[in-house]
Every structure is written in structure tokens, then in C-alpha cells.
Design a protein around this ligand. Structure first.
Ligand SMILES: [Zn+2]
Length: 121
């Protein structure tokens, strides 16, 4: 499951940025996961829960992961219909044209995160 390494990259990315901004904790991470991005939200969540308990300086059990799902949208190049495809390669449900452009659903990125500079009590 490649979600483990993806989650590890996200945590490192966010931690590096938090360090630069003078935070010492990350309280929340928002990640956009497209339905056709080949990333499974459940597996990503599991990976996060695993790393969260693993003494990484910026992430602890209070850190939240918020996964924002992005629906897949394809647009037919022939009749311009926009529809939700099940796969990357889709036939237009209106005219049957095979040449449809995927315009959303492949995104996988960190949307934002919240850092704090609270001190351990
Ligand atoms: Zn069409």
C-alpha cells in the first residue's frame, strides 16, 4: 500500500514548512484526494493514525487529518457534456464519444494545514 509512503511525504512536507514558520505543532492537515487519484482515503487515514502515534515531533495524537474528496469529472470533447466517469478512460454517456477529457478527480495534494506554537504543558 503506497499510502504509507505518501502519508510519510505529506508529514515531512508539512513539518518542514511548520518549522520554517516557527510552529512547533501541527494541529490539522487538509488533504485533497481525487476519486481517480489511485489513493485510497481509508488507507491514507490508517497510515496517518500509524504515524501519529510514532513520536514525530510536529505530529501527535491531537493532530487531525481532514480528507477532502474530489469527485471525478470528465468532459466530452464532442458534445461538451460533463459527467462523472468511473474510470480515467471513459465513454461519453450522451453520444458515446471515446475521447473525453478528465478535468477533475486526479488531484492528490495538501490543501492546507494549521500549525500552532503552543508549548508542552
Ligand atoms: Zn458526448
Amino acid at each position: 500500500m503506497h499510502e504509507m509512503s505518501l502519508m510519510w511525504e505529506i508529514i515531512n512536507l508539512v513539518s518542514d514548512d511548520a518549522r520554517l514558520k516557527g510552529f512547533n505543532k501541527v494541529s490539522k492537515i487538509d488533504v485533497i484526494v481525487g476519486d481517480l487519484s489511485n489513493v485510497l482515503p481509508d488507507a491514507l487515514e490508517l497510515a496517518f493514525l500509524y504515524f501519529r502515534t510514532d513520536q514525530i515531533s510536529f505530529i501527535d495524537v491531537r493532530t487531525e487529518l481532514h480528507i477532502i474528496r474530489e469527485l471525478a469529472i470528465a468532459k466530452c470533447k464532442s458534445c461538451q457534456l460533463e459527467f462523472e466517469p468511473d474510470y480515467r478512460v471513459a465513454l461519453c454517456p450522451m453520444c458515446g464519444h471515446p475521447n473525453c477529457l478528465l478535468i477533475a478527480g486526479e488531484t492528490f495534494r495538501v490543501e492546507s494545514y494549521e500549525g500552532s506554537d503552543e508549548h508542552e504543558s
